[in-house]
Design a protein around this ligand. Structure first.
Ligand SMILES: [Zn+2]
Length: 248
């Protein structure tokens, strides 16, 4: 009977039984190990997915270029003297940004999300030294970068990462004051206060305290926006960038 066969296996089968059990054990262990390896591989892959930062460069590349006006209610001027590409005879060279004339102490805000790249807060030169320096530049027919840095006065530069595949930075010059919480590396959101307008770095710093101006620059991959264009075309480009609406 088959029940007898189960209870009392034939001698040959009885001799093989320990080896069959060992074999079954090996198969079970191997399967278990495979399962563990599989799980480890799966969790490692999940870990890689999790550690992939949402703001990784390849994703920021797709972020659109959205800029907010650095002064609430302001408009890009039409006067070519206030736009990129305007000649600056008193120092040689060309203007590289947009000038917004406004009351002293007008709040200045971040044009886009990002973080503080640098703060230049050098005191103004004595007027005689400034005039001497500008005289050298006029003779040269250009303004070297280290001189230009002095002429920007109190200046905050923000880094906005890669936008549409290009490194976007914005800078805000001639500030009267920098907001106390604005420090290098600090994150800012679009519309956050950066500081207040003033006259630092300009000739007005020595006289008329009622005068103030924001010099605003947008750089893409280190190149000032509008470089090489006429002031009118550069102004139109700034108008295009600053007109883009922020999605709610
Ligand atoms: Zn300017």
């Amino acid at each position: 009977m088959w029940t007898e066969f189960l209870q009392l296996p034939p001698p040959a089968l009885r001799a093989l039984l320990p080896w069959i059990l060992i074999g079954v054990g090996f198969v079970a262990q191997f399967s278990g190990a495979r399962l563990l390896i599989g799980r480890h591989r799966q969790s490692a892959a999940e870990e890689r997915t999790v550690t992939k930062c949402p703001s990784a460069p390849e994703e920021e590349t797709a972020a659109p270029l959205l800029l907010e006006m650095p002064i609430d209610g302001a408009h890009v001027p039409t006067n070519p003297e206030l736009l990129p590409g305007a000649r600056r005879a008193y120092r040689g060279g060309e203007h590289q940004g947009v000038d917004f004339s406004c009351r002293p102490g007008t709040p200045v805000v971040a044009a886009a999300d990002g973080w503080v790249l640098s703060i230049a807060d050098e005191p103004d030169l004595p007027k005689a030294r400034r005039d001497e320096l500008l005289g050298y530049c006029k003779q040269l027919g250009e303004t070297p970068p280290e001189v230009l840095g002095v002429l920007h006065g109190r200046r905050v530069t923000l880094c906005h990462g890669l936008r549409e595949g290009q490194l976007l930075t914005t800078s805000y010059s001639h500030l009267g004051d920098v907001s106390p919480d604005i420090k290098p590396g600090v994150r800012v959101r679009q519309g956050d206060p950066i500081g207040e307008t003033g006259a630092s770095g300009t000739s007005h710093a020595f006289g008329d305290s009622r005068w103030s101006e924001l010099h605003f620059e947008v750089h893409l991959n280190g190149v000032p926006l509008g470089e090489g264009l006429t002031p009118q075309d550069a102004g139109a480009l700034y108008r295009e960038f600053l007109r883009r609406e922020v999605p709610q």
